[in-house]
Design a protein around this ligand. Structure first.
Ligand SMILES: Cc1cc2nc3c(=O)[nH]c(=O)nc-3n(C[C@H](O)[C@H](O)[C@H](O)COP(=O)(O)OP(=O)(O)OC[C@H]3O[C@@H](n4cnc5c(N)ncnc54)[C@H](O)[C@@H]3O)c2cc1C
Length: 465
């Protein structure tokens, strides 16, 4: 019975590979089509010799046992390391610990600035009394109340503009409340002392896990077809046919899609009605360019995540790969290995810049950091086009209507994963939506759209309009 099934999976990222593993476990052999040359999607780890790049700094952290079990089953214990999360904001040439600590704010940048910040905070609080900021407030209003205008401007205004590419007046305070931690006025616990401060990480980056998943699948006879973009997905009667860019067509009884929802609607045949296509076309993403830079000299940066809100730097965040895992660089490397993250609009000037231009942007940022470009040993550029799905009330309504339409019209089509459902899912939620999609395929009562609907665990930056 199961041998008559021939599902098709589009995308070999965490969702696509998880769906494939689940199907294979139940005796079904899927076919997987992946547009790029790598497995792992956004969580891939491109390499050049012994150098590996984690395009986003991927923490492995989940509250779900099934996901955890799958992670553990794919890599042996000696291929996992525990990493302490140590974040800082680089402001006026100083690393200021994040979450912010009252004592640091008062002392680290000098007495006068400390008092200025404190005065500004007290003014903001006195103006509001004990009233919390109401839910309709913007990020700027929330931040000014929470940190006072001075510290808000110093730490968060530029951060939001650079990473979210949005005006702080256009972002909800609801998001800020969930994601940005308040100032700690007590002597803080050492970083790494709470659950969320320590996370798991594959020695050779997140892609190592997904490469292991692909190897396991290959053992079961499932080999993702790389460099194989799907350009059409046609439903005729109960049969699907996907068409690849090469012109090859492949039949199947169901389609699991982790490609951006807007792309999926664009490849479907019969063509969805005009209003659905318009809602899908209106879904937007932010892109990310990661420029990995190996420096010959060792710079002592005691943080793995460094936010750079200041105007003097174009970069939005810097990953200190050496504190993620020494397995990202060649054995014995004693220089400094950094990932410069540039958050860009999909059609922005930087997105279309070539590698040479990006290298010059990084060199400019290095100079601003006091590092001469002669220290650069190697540069690798990694582009992630659909890095962050953008949410606002209109897109949330649009996604719900697209979801309902697809369910009614194509019951054997399973959109899943982060961009597949246009949600700000981490790997664990992308994987869970794949697991639920497979359960649904087998007729079980499971709803992938219910994964990660708990707002407290939701990290979306919801635009207000
Ligand atoms: C900067 C950044 C930091 C992150 N940090 C974390 C973190 O700390 N922890 C964490 O757990 N998660 C993190 N994530 C999220 C994580 O990367 C995603 O949740 C996960 O990769 C989503 O998996 P997915 O399979 O749904 O989608 P994707 O990874 O996007 O995979 C989709 C795949 O579909 C392919 N595809 C697209 N179009 C086509 C087509 N037409 N035909 C065939 N294939 C196609 C793509 O090439 C891609 O490989 C981060 C993401 C970013 C961008």
């Amino acid at each position: 019975m199961e041998s008559k099934r021939n599902p098709l999976i589009i995308g070999a990222g965490p969702a696509g590979l998880t769906a494939a593993l689940r199907l294979a476990k139940r005796g079904v052999t899927p076919r997987i089509f992946e547009a790029s040359a790598n497995v792992g999607g956004l969580a891939r780890t491109p390499s050049n010799g012994d150098w590996r790049v984690d395009p986003g700094g991927h923490r492995f952290f989940t509250r779900n046992e099934e996901v955890l079990d799958l992670w553990k089953s794919l890599l042996p214990p000696d291929q996992w390391i525990s990493v302490r999360r140590r974040s800082a904001m680089l402001v006026s040439d100083q690393y200021v610990r994040y979450p912010l600590v009252g004592r640091d704010l008062l002392t680290q940048m000098g007495f006068r600035r400390g008092m200025h910040g404190l005065g500004s905070l007290l003014c903001a609080r006195a103006g509001r009394g004990m009233r919390p900021v109401d839910a309709s407030a913007s990020f700027r209003e929330w931040g000014t109340n929470e940190f006072g205008r001075y510290w808000y401007t110093m730490f968060f205004d530029g951060y939001v503009r650079k990473t979210w590419l949005a005006d702080p007046d256009d972002i909800t305070s609801d998001w800020a409340n969930q994601r940005i931690r308040p100032i700690s006025w007590r002597v803080p616990p050492e970083h790494g002392s709470t659950d969320q401060d320590v996370f798991q990480y594959p020695v050779r980056g997140p892609g190592q896990l997904w490469e292991a998943a692909a190897a396991k699948l290959a053992h079961d006879g499932v080999v993702p077809a790389l460099n194989s973009p799907v350009v059409k997905a046609r439903l005729d009667g109960g049969t699907w046919t996907v068409e690849l860019q090469s012109g090859q067509t492949v039949p199947g009884d169901a389609v699991f899609s982790s490609i951006p929802l807007r792309s999926l609607v664009g490849v479907l045949e019969p063509e969805p009605p005009k209003h659905i296509r318009a809602m899908a076309a209106a879904l937007r993403h932010r892109s990310l360019i990661t420029v990995a830079v190996a420096l010959r000299k060792h710079y002592d940066i005691p943080y793995n995540w460094v936010y750079t809100p200041g105007k003097g730097l174009q970069v939005g965040r810097i990953q200190n790969y050496g504190l993620w895992s020494t397995g990202l660089s060649p054995a014995g490397w004693d220089g400094t290995y950094l990932g410069f993250e540039y958050f860009v609009g999909q059609d922005g000037e930087l997105w279309s810049a070539d590698d040479e231009r990006l290298k010059s942007v990084v060199e400019q940022d290095l100079r601003a950091l006091g590092i001469d470009s002669s220290a650069v040993e190697r540069v690798m550029v990694v582009r992630s086009r659909f890095a962050y799905p953008i949410s606002d009330p209109a897109s949330e309504r649009g996604v719900a209507r697209i979801r309902d339409f697809l369910r009614r019209t194509y019951p054997s089509l399973h959109p899943m994963g982060r961009n597949g459902m246009h949600r700000y899912d981490n790997q664990d939620h992308a994987m869970l939506s794949a697991m639920y999609s497979v359960a649904r395929y087998f007729g079980e009562d499971a709803d992938p759209w219910q994964v990660n609907t708990d707002r407290r665990y939701h990290e979306a930056g919801l635009l207000r309009r």
